[in-house]
Write a protein that binds this ligand. Sequence first.
Ligand code: ADP
Ligand code: ZN
Length: 422
Amino acid sequence: MPRGDLKALQLARLQDTVARVANVPFYKVAFARLGVGPDSIKSLDDIRRLPFTTKEDLRQQYPLGFLAVPRSAVARYHGSSGTTGKPTFVAYTARDLQMWADLCSRFLVAGGLKPHHTVHVAFGYGLFTGGFGLHYGIERVGAAIVPASSGNTPRQILLIRDLDAEVLISTPSYALQIAEVAREQGLTPSDLPLKYAHFGGEPWTEDMRLEIEAQLGIEAYNNYGLSEVIGPGVSGECHLRDGMHIQEDHFVVECVDPETLEPITDGSYGELVITALTKEAFPLLRYRTRDIAALEGCPCDCGRTSIRMSRIVGRTDDMLIIRGVNVFPSQIEEALLRVEGTAPHYEIVIERPAALDEVTVRVEVRPEIFSDSMREMQILKEKLVREIVSVTGIRARVELVSPQTLQRTPGKAKRVIDLRKA
Ligand code: ADP
Ligand code: ZN
């Protein structure tokens, strides 16, 4: 859609959404406080007159204070996976579910999904939006689904092989685990039928993409979303894989400075703030995602006219402030993957033994490199320390651990262990 038409559609849909949420108690109060209402939105820039919505607001309105339709109109509930505390619930009408399936089908098709493919879904089916969200998107495309859900990795591999799945849906960290177990079983990438994968749900780096692609013999695509906004389907990569196209006919995405909340317009990193334009049951205005990314406005060569977002470098709540320097776990990942010899399994431990924070990065050594030679291990460690300094600016302690000793999870990886709060 030409950008002018897209903007006009966004404006009309924004006006409609503001009118629809005017009776949601939270927005009623906020609109009165700010002196705004449905008539205040004359241009898209007027979105800045609307109130933000935060995770804390959702908690205060727990469980369903933001519902904008009668309970009888709700067709399904989901919840956030609770990565950062108590879950929050979201709701969908039947029309919301249709729209969500459309949104997921778009990024799947942009990333190569064809109706003749068989798709293995290793996302959990449950309150988490990943499983069901992708499921219905795949169905919309007309491909065949293996709803494997999460866990039991050997069984996942059996299903992938015996049912000839060409496409894998999971978190990137779980894909690595599948690769690892396949290797233990003596399988090579060519023994697996997989060709494509669509990953989301957690931050990952470009080097991690190359690593997983090599280990599984696939082409991997990134997609983004969050339950408060809809689930997967907010954005996803096209075949050029240079940023995720935001589905702007359904969402307005702003990028703001998380401290001042002022807009960031020069393409640098900030917090994404998302307004859903078409949701009926649970439309949130200016939801502060706490996800840090940059927006790219210049047109993509694929022909889609939407703006794109970068990878999520981290969440504001995951951001480590180490001796005054802001560091995201994904930067540590980037440093680790630059050094030959370590496996992409790591965790970051933060302690505050005295006044200052201390960071220890535990990383697994690759089985073929793992050695009794203290000297070799010392050299590897020093390389890692240097690389971490060069990417993040902080000096961390590096602890090399034997292959396969760090905990694996079937869903989102837990990278940070913060002992300062203990
Ligand atoms: P939560 O993890 O907060 O309990 P969700 O299950 O809704 O809730 O997960 C949404 C979050 O997952 C996003 O806010 C974001 O932090 C992360 N996420 C989702 N997709 C991606 C992605 N492609 N890259 C990085 N992070 C992602
Ligand atoms: Zn594109």
